[in-house]
Design a protein around this ligand. Structure first.
Ligand code: SF4
Length: 698
């Protein structure tokens, strides 16, 4: 029977931060199908991506040999590039030749221009061990801290606020805790699309009587389960949250005992919000003042309440301020540290939590330990037996700017696709094209790889061993189910080969050895061993003992800040960087679809997922469709100050009027050609969620 597997392999889904555990059913070295497993975050459930998005590694365009750019071929992106056709711009090479060329180009640039001429992007799609090795290579081989990854485009602002206010960038409670909550606020997130299995917990909680309050400019599928859905004006988040804080202060709904025991700075916050009444803020928010009061009262009076947020909060020039407000709400009402309470920024990519923990961040060493701290740096210098740079490195968008400025001349990009994911793509793509030497390590000739000098064929998640850490701080083990095709290699092996060519004395033979080294520099992994993960499949950090479970809820007694107290950080409303005006009257917002993941490099090569959503579409409200005078399925053009794209229009009754939503995974209508690269000053995250645009029939 061709449909009967000859063996099964337990692993973890490679897509979102929910971290669903799954089982691959394998026959003749091919995955036949995937089943959900009883993991702590999914209880056998999978969404459409986890269930059907497993076939991309066997796509005909999969890279199976290293490639080297043919001499004289210009570096530019061809949106009509057909990966299934014979390559014209590259030639196949042996590993030896490709690794030598890849490394020598980077070494030569370092020799000629110094360590600041090189930078690296690691990947939240890869394992913790691969993230650790990648940042170690940049810091000890390249000699700089210019290493970053997609957290910069995701939750960097949330982490900046959390580190500042509570001393830790991870969630304070798992999303399973909603089953213990009386009230749950979901803001700037759309779990039914982006964290679908987590959404099932929200639905279950709502059925049990938990009051879900959805606060977002757009409507969403979970609204059907919501006690209240509050639609506010795009970009007015800080005004709305400060108005809620004003209600909590003026009606004395705060928890004075909790504030006294666990926080500092509340008096300043009280004084700060005194003028920001619901009536004063309502015009900016587009929300009725009584609705603001009702939401604030529901949250503050709840015995147990949680706040969840996503990119709608973080991807703004005021993203850090947004998160500071949400933290203030929780601290003022004593809604952390107990079961059913907490702050939870829903992590996007499957390992963005783990890759950040492992140090793919330019200003901190692993476990968020500042590179500028002499004592911490000395400990890592001893661990790695190499002097380290004390200056923080550049972030994702800053690196693109530094390429244009002539400072960064060479890059190593592993598994990231900035030619699709960066804001203002013309600027980012011009930067990639102008690099003197670019090495890309990936599964396919991605849009970014089209600019590479050397392309190194890497490993898919179902082909390798490694650990990943999901949004709940659960460290889980991925296992190889099928062999690597052709000459493709595990990412950790490739990074090591580059490191050796930088003169580094690396000799890892398996990811478990890397994990053992990580434990020496990452206190978060205390009491978690590879063997334990093999046995238990999932262990939450922090974990108090090798025979005890990890902490689902943290900071019951003290916060990891000096003195053990969390801090209120007052914020002032700021306008979007590029407000709408007469020429560009519509708000463009971007994001993901249920069926497609990030830049689409995996899901657009997965047959079922691509069949479900095969082409780029822009979603507008019914009223907007009438105003445009087009029918669903007809093309429209969206224009911003940075570019224009043409794509089909889809009517979405849940869209706010005056807004258009475009997913960012379609190269033929790349949303990020339009987006604004203006950065949040703290998290350095671009304003993907608000750009002024103009819509017109094509
Ligand atoms: Fe995978 Fe996320 Fe879907 Fe779970 S919810 S199956 S982790 S994409």
């Amino acid at each position: 029977d061709s449909a009967v597997a000859d063996h099964t392999v337990d692993s973890v889904c490679p897509y979102c931060g929910v971290g669903c555990q799954l089982t691959y059913h394998v026959k003749d070295d091919s995955i036949l199908f995937v089943e959900g497993r009883n993991g702590p975050s999914n209880q056998n459930r999978l969404c459409v991506k986890g269930r059907f998005g497993f076939d991309y590694p066997r796509h005909p365009s999969r890279l199976t040999r290293p490639l080297i750019r043919k001499s004289g071929v210009p570096k530019r992106l061809d949106p009509a590039f057909d990966p299934a056709q014979p390559l014209t711009h590259f030639r196949e090479a042996s590993w030896e030749e490709a690794l030598d060329l890849a490394s020598q180009g980077l070494v030569d640039l370092k020799t000629a221009h110094g360590p600041d001429a090189l930078a690296g992007f690691g990947s939240a799609k890869c394992s913790n061990e691969e993230a650790w090795l990648f940042q170690k290579l940049v810091r000890t081989g390249f000699g700089s801290n210019h290493v970053d990854h997609c957290t910069r485009l995701c939750h960097a602002s949330s982490v900046a606020a959390l580190m500042e206010c509570i001393g830790s960038g991870a969630v304070t409670a798992s999303f399973m805790q909603v089953l213990e909550s009386d009230v749950v606020i979901l803001t700037g997130c759309n779990p039914a699309v982006n964290h679908p299995v987590a959404a099932t917990y929200f639905k279950q909680a709502a059925r049990n009587g938990t009051k879900l309050i959805i606060i977002d400019p757009r409507g969403q599928g979970l609204s059907a389960y919501a006690h209240m859905s509050v639609r506010f004006s795009p970009g007015a988040d800080v005004s709305l949250f400060n108005a809620m804080l004003n209600v909590i202060v003026t009606e004395e709904l705060f928890d004075q005992a909790y504030i006294d025991a666990h926080t500092e700075g509340f008096a300043a916050l009280k004084a700060h919000v005194v003028d920001m009444t619901p009536d004063a803020m309502a015009p900016a928010c587009g929300v009725d003042p009584d609705t603001i009061r009702e939401v604030a009262r529901l949250y503050a009076r709840a015995e147990r309440a949680m706040i969840f947020w996503g990119m709608g909060i973080s991807q703004h020039t005021h993203g850090t301020d947004n998160a500071r407000c949400l933290i203030s709400l929780a601290l003022a009402c004593g809604q952390t540290g107990r079961s059913g309470t907490g702050l939870h920024p829903l992590r996007g990519q499957n390992n963005v939590q783990g890759a950040s923990d492992a140090g793919l961040i330019p200003m901190v060493l692993p476990d968020y330990q500042p590179v500028g701290d002499d004592q911490i740096r000395s400990a890592f210098e001893e661990l790695w037996n190499t002097p380290l740079e004390a200056r923080p490195g550049l972030t994702v968008v800053e690196i693109m700017d530094a390429i244009h400025a002539g400072q960064i001349k060479g890059m190593y990009i592993q598994g990231e696709n900035p030619a699709m994911s960066d804001p203002d793509l013309d600027h980012a793509r011009a930067a990639l094209a102008s690099l003197e030497h670019l090495v890309v390590q990936d599964l396919f000739v991605t849009e970014t790889a089209q600019y590479a000098d050397v392309i190194l064929p890497a490993s898919a998640w179902s082909e390798k061993e490694g650990t990943v850490t999901n949004t709940n701080r659960q460290v889980q083990l991925g296992r190889a189910a099928v062999p690597l095709p052709g000459e493709a290699r595990p990412d950790w092996w490739i990074i090591q080969e580059i490191a050796r060519r930088f003169g580094l004395d690396w000799d890892y033979t398996h990811p478990r050895e890397v994990f053992a080294e990580m434990k020496q520099g990452m206190p978060s992994l205390d009491n978690i061993t590879w063997e334990r993960l093999e046995r238990e499949k999932s262990v939450t950090y922090p974990c108090p003992a090798e025979d005890a479970p990890g902490a689902d809820v943290v900071f019951s007694d003290a916060f990891p800040r000096a003195g053990g107290k969390a801090k209120f950080a007052p914020t002032r409303p700021l306008p979007p960087d590029e407000p709408v005006d007469g020429d560009y009257p519509t708000v463009l917002t971007t994001g993901r679809q249920l069926e497609h993941w990030h830049t689409g490099s995996m899901t657009r090569r997965s047959q079922v997922l691509d069949d479900l959503e095969p082409e780029a579409v822009a979603s507008v409200s019914p009223a907007e469709l009438v105003r445009l005078g087009v029918s669903p399925g007809e093309p429209i053009t969206i224009t911003t100050r940075r570019g224009a794209i043409t794509l089909k229009v889809r009517v979405d009754p849940l869209m706010a009027e005056g807004m258009v939503f475009v997913p960012f995974c379609y190269v033929e209508a790349a949303a990020n050609l339009l987006t604004n690269p203006a950065l949040d000053p703290y998290g350095k995250i671009p304003e993907f969620k608000y750009a002024a645009c103009r819509l017109s029939p094509a």
